[in-house]
Write a protein that binds this ligand. Structure first.
Ligand SMILES: *Cc1c(COP(=O)(O)O)cnc(C)c1O
Length: 224
């Protein structure tokens, strides 16, 4: 077993059964992904549409590809034929485009609303109020080729564990409250939060899906 396979095995041991591990492979070569695949990993995340599309073409077709990065509306068409889950939806116009492209591909695409929970200004995402507005909207009911499966959040980049914990807790609480709002377009079974440095904390606060990159593949040469 190489280091990638060992890392995946030890992380899988740390996380409960109901939590999905997304191996975040951005910037890493397809050979690394293939090694993770050979160890049984089937769920991968990328944050750039071009890279995601290229890797999808080169790798086994039973991989579930997650788009975890900031979404550009005009590029959604490239991933619509195959993407498994889109994490970073942060406005209604993107939902309209996802629905349009899903329809063209005769698919129903699952996505998550990205909620801003960090104190920093740099993180993308909707406020909880804006997310509620989308969830309650009549227009959402017309988007028959998508389902909002829950929420994604990124905590502040800080050593302050208490702050990170509180940010995760606030999203978890929001998630719980929205379960009562379930309808055909909104079925919030997924809470995507937690990365290499904080995934155990995120799971303690109710995360069902962790996005782990460097703890599996090592440091990225350049950060994007
Ligand atoms: C890169 C990235 C991750 C993984 O980060 P690590 O710290 O390497 O685990 C998780 N989520 C998003 C949205 C990312 O862009």
């Amino acid at each position: 077993m190489n280091f990638i396979q060992k890392n995946i095995q030890s992380i899988q041991k740390n996380i409960p059964k109901g939590v999905t591990l997304i191996a975040v492979s951005k910037t890493h070569p397809v050979e690394f992904i293939q090694q993770a695949y050979d160890a049984g990993q089937r769920v991968f995340g990328e944050n750039k549409i071009q890279e995601l599309t290229a890797k999808h073409e080169q790798l086994p077709k039973d991989i579930q590809w997650h788009m975890i990065g900031h979404l550009q509306r005009n590029k959604i068409k490239y991933i619509a034929p195959f993407v498994h889950l889109i994490h970073g939806v942060d406005d209604f116009k993107k939902l309209i485009e996802i629905n349009k492209q899903a329809k063209k591909n005769e698919r129903v695409i699952e996505c998550l609303l990205q909620i801003k929970i960090a104190q920093e200004d740099t993180k993308f995402g909707l406020s909880m109020d804006d997310a509620l507005e989308i969830i309650h909207s009549k227009e959402l009911l017309e988007l028959e080729n998508l389902v909002i499966k829950g929420f994604m959040g990124m905590a502040s980049f800080t050593d302050n564990t208490e702050q990170v914990k509180q940010e995760f807790a606030s999203l978890s609480e929001f998630h719980q409250k929205t379960i009562a709002l379930q309808n055909e377009r909104f079925s919030p079974t997924i809470l995507s939060m937690g990365m290499s440095s904080d995934y155990l904390l995120a799971i303690e606060q109710g995360s069902t899906m962790v996005r782990v990159g460097s703890a599996i593949f090592g440091n990225r040469n350049y950060d994007i």
